[in-house]
Design a protein around this ligand. Sequence first.
Ligand code: AP5
Ligand code: MG
Length: 211
Amino acid sequence: MNLILLGAPGAGKGTQATKISERYGLVHISTGDIFRANIKNGTTIGMLAKSYIDRGELVPDEVTVAIVKDRLTWDDCANGFLLDGFPRNLFQAQELDKFAEIDGVVNINIDFGLLMDRLCGRRVCKECGESYHVSMLNGKTTCERCGGELYQRKDDNPETVESRLKVYTEQTAPLIDYYTEKGKILNFTGTEAPAEVLFEEVKAVLDKLKR
Ligand code: AP5
Ligand code: MG
């Protein structure tokens, strides 16, 4: 099963991706995670991506598409993959159509009013990637799961979040229609309910889609 996860910044793509990829044995490919790893390692791609990510803008298509195109040729993708944060505009979606077959697009719709607080309050584990909201941590600075140090993503600040939401509305949201027309869209509502509740709904739909 080859899937795409679509949703605004902070909709819960990464949170659901971990659960979905585990249950269905899919490789989780997050372009955001790939860029952050490159930034951490000081690669050429990382140096280029950093300036765009820090401003909340999209990294140029030719770079992003080439990364995904290459990643999908790896052997581990043969049993299915889950794209998290790609495609993010019409051009990327059209390019993806040329080198991959997609079975379904999990679209998480969310009330924008929730997102600023979710993102600016997010803390992420440096080791395992688990995320928390600062209001739940009671001052703790390490991960409950693995003990790793928690950090705040550099793009999780009010100014950059504004810009990310604008980019989503202008460039990414049109993909909902694109995949609806192709009969691929699977719509869900991301709410303040625990992520487990949303996952139960996603699971009920994906169990039927599974091939
Ligand atoms: P990326 O890393 O993809 O970030 P994003 O799309 O802005 O989304 P986030 O990762 O911030 O949020 P999420 O939806 O994964 O939510 P999460 O599960 O963490 O991209 C970053 C940047 O990289 C882009 O701005 C761009 O510059 C560049 N980039 C990436 N892909 C690109 C592409 N294809 N082309 C060009 N550039 C690209 O959840 C958020 C928080 O909410 C967490 O704290 C979580 O614990 C909490 N939460 C989750 N679900 C729930 C729930 N149900 N109830 C309550 N809290 C919840
Ligand atoms: Mg994410």
